[in-house]
Design a protein around this ligand. Structure first.
Ligand SMILES: [Fe+2]
Length: 289
């Protein structure tokens, strides 16, 4: 478990301050934009570069390919980045939208729309050119940001009550191309595990089961249509928070898939107000969805 150095720990209060002072442009900017919002917030590009240059990236690319588009790294993020995410996750607890789908999932989530308002550092990290470039190296694909109206583009998932979990599923892409999920461990004071099955869509390889507990700063990266996975139920007094980033190879989506995707997001994750208010606002502005 990577514990941030004491001098780098950002408290929820200082995170609020950092978020409050961030210019709106920081949300859509990259790390090369003026970092005027806070001295406490690390430069995402520099922080990512400092880590990935220490890896054997040729081997990681081979591992990703050998595991049918799946990779787990126990220690990925720079400690100062993890500290920012932990502070943001705690500060956003009042914003969590709780959901319950009998027999399949129970938990909470905070969508990218709320993150844009209250935790722009996460949006900057999502757009880090260093991060995207490294993921492109792993996949061999040109990766694009998810469209602005996709609440999953970057989102926090909370397991804070007994029984919070999600059953076996794929992160199905409703887009025309592939969709990759980058899952970052943020808080793990829990017994929850990510159980997974590799190769289920690869007829040339036997299925292979695995299970990991993702510490803060750890990473799981996979093609959502290829990895069957679940999160096991939380017990009493446990707390787990993960952050996911979604990248696509083609941001187009057929209209009927859009309808299915929006209803799924509203019911299973973020609530109708979050999903459909953004949808209506974009239609009113004549933007594509
Ligand atoms: Fe998933």
């Amino acid at each position: 478990m990577s514990v941030p150095a004491e001098e780098n720990v950002i408290t929820p209060n200082s995170m609020d301050t950092a978020a409050g002072l961030a210019p709106a442009s920081a949300v859509s900017g990259t790390a090369s934009a003026p970092a005027s919002h806070s001295n406490a917030a690390p430069d995402p590009d520099r922080a990512v570069a400092s880590r990935v240059r220490t890896f054997d990236n040729a081997q990681l690319r081979k591992d990703f390919d050998d595991q049918s588009a799946f990779l787990y790294l126990e220690d990925f993020l720079a400690p100062e980045v993890t500290a920012q995410l932990v502070a943001a996750a705690r500060a956003l607890l009042p914003e969590v939208n709780r959901n319950y789908l009998p027999g399949h999932k129970q938990g909470g989530s905070v969508s990218r729309h709320t993150i844009d308002r209250l935790a722009p550092f996460i949006a900057q990290l999502y757009r880090s050119k260093e991060l995207i470039g490294w993921l492109e190296h792993l996949t061999g694909d040109k990766l694009l940001l998810s469209p602005a109206d996709d609440p999953h583009a970057y989102a926090l998932y909370y397991y804070t009550k007994p029984g919070d979990h999600i059953g076996w599923h794929y992160d199905t892409s409703y887009y025309d191309g592939r969709r990759y999920t980058l899952l970052l461990g943020v808080i793990d004071e829990s017994s929850c595990r990510l159980d997974y099955e590799l190769h289920t869509r690869n007829p040339e390889k036997a299925d292979e089961r695995g299970s990991v507990q993702i510490p803060p700063g750890g990473l799981v990266f996979f093609d959502g249509d290829k990895l069957r996975h679940r999160i096991t139920p939380a017990l009493d007094n446990e707390m787990r928070v993960s952050l996911t980033f979604e990248y696509v190879t083609d941001p187009n989506m057929r209209p009927w898939r859009r309808v299915i995707s929006n209803f799924k997001d509203a019911i299973a994750y973020f609530g109708f107000r979050q999903v459909f208010s953004q949808f209506a606002r974009r239609n009113a502005k004549g933007e594509g969805v």
